[in-house]
Each structure stands twice: as structure tokens, then as C-alpha cells.
Design a protein around this ligand. Sequence first.
Ligand code: TRP
Length: 276
Amino acid sequence: MRIFSGIQPTGRKHLGNYIGAITHYVAGQDLGESIYCVVDLHATTVAYDPAALRESSYDTAATLLAAGLEPDRCIFFRQSDVAEQTELCWLLSGVAAFGELGRMTQFKDKSASQRDLVSAGLFFYPVLMAADVLAYRSTDVPVGDDQRQHVELMRDIAQRFNARFGETLVVPEGRYPAVGARIMDLQFPERKMSTTGTSPQGTVYVLDEPDVVAKKIRSAVTDSGAEVVRAPDKPGVSNLIEILAAVRGTDLEAVEHEFDSSGYGEIGRASCRERV
Ligand code: TRP
């Protein structure tokens, strides 16, 4: 197995990134060869400041090292340091269809939110992502659920390339976390936890001090009723169940069962104790 994943150097990393991606990168080091990349070139597809991007690339690298990536057990590098990835991106562009790039939901969402300029880079983003993975003949791509469409596209690109030029590229599989794929904002649990556009109180940053984390968890919104179960009309409690199961490495049912008779207060307190 050869694992490849890329992480954006933008924004401060939060609990959603940590549970959904970073812990899987660390675990991947024991599963096979693993290759991780700080994708600074992807960050140039929206407005950016070069000096700030350099800094946040270092910050992101430091966060991943602190979380447990070990340079002697994985390959860990910055995307722009390997020019061949960008070169492969161009070669793949000949088998990437214009129409399918325009159908990418991330492109549609991100281009709608750009004020001055929708860059061609934003449109091309998934081709560069395909090149990242395909350059190394990677077999497994651990990513969040929101990257499914991009992974399907890179598989199509690899298959089309192979059909045209002979078996050259490995068609990779996406790996999506079963638990913790969608960590929601603690204040607005119907929205994903994210660095942009949500509440600072509802977002737990990996660099928050422990007492700040505890306070945010303690003030997480819950729902009406008292039963600790996952349900569509209980987004707040469902989120806490998801978070606790993910940090403990247990399944969701085990958490529901444990808090059967104790109610909302207790799951909040337990989540604080676990030092999420
Ligand atoms: N697009 C990915 C994200 O936003 C980041 C990324 C870039 C990536 N290149 C990749 C992920 C290659 C996996 C493999 O999360």
C-alpha cells in the first residue's frame, strides 16, 4: 500500500481537520509507505499573500509533526519543491475534460465566493490534485468526504490516460473515515466546522489551550430532549457523539450506550475530560 494525501496550508487547523485527516495520516505510517504533502500550490488558486503563504506552510508542517508524523517513517514535503508534480499536471490536462472540471462542486462553491477574480487555477485545482497522487503511483488516498468527487475524477483521469497511452498510472482508491468525517461547528451544528465563515466559539483549534477547548465544548449547543442518541433533529448532540467516538477510537453506538441514562451534561463533561 502506498498512501498519499495533501493538506492545505491555509487557515488554522481545527478539530475537524484533526479528526478527519491528521490522525489518519499519523496512523497511515504504520499501514504502508506514506507520502504527505503540504499543498502550497493549491493555495495559490485563491487570493493569497506570498509571505503569509510561506509562513502558513511552515505552521502546517509544524502542526503535522507535532501530531505525530515522523520524517523517518514517512515522506513529508512541500508541493512546490517537487516541480515534476506540476509538470505532470500539464500532461494530465490533455485527458481531463473541460466539462467535468466545470461540474466539480468545490469549484462551483469557491468560484461563487470569489469577489474579484475566478482564477483558471481554481478550475484546474482537481488536475493538480490528480497529479499529486498519480506522480507517486499511490494506491490509497485518505481524504475527507468533501473530496470524493475529486478522487473520482483523478481515477477517471488515470484510466483515460492508461487507455490512451498504455498502463502507466496506478488508479488509486479514496479512503474516507467512517467516524468523524463530518465534525460540525459546536455553535451551529448544521454547518461543518471550518476556519472561515463559522463562529470562533464553535471552532476548536488544535493550538487552543486546554481550558479554552474545555470551555468551547462545555458551551456547545445541544438540542431539545435529553436522550444521547444520533438523530436528524439532534445535530448538536449527534456531533458530540461523533467527536467523543472519534477521539476515543470507539464506535458511535458505544458512546450512545454509555450515556443512555445520563443526559446531555454528562457527555459534555466526558468530552472535556478526554481533552479533545
Ligand atoms: N484538495 C484537498 C483538500 O482540500 C487537498 C489535496 C491536494 C489533496 N492534493 C491532494 C488531498 C492529493 C489528497 C491527495 O483537502
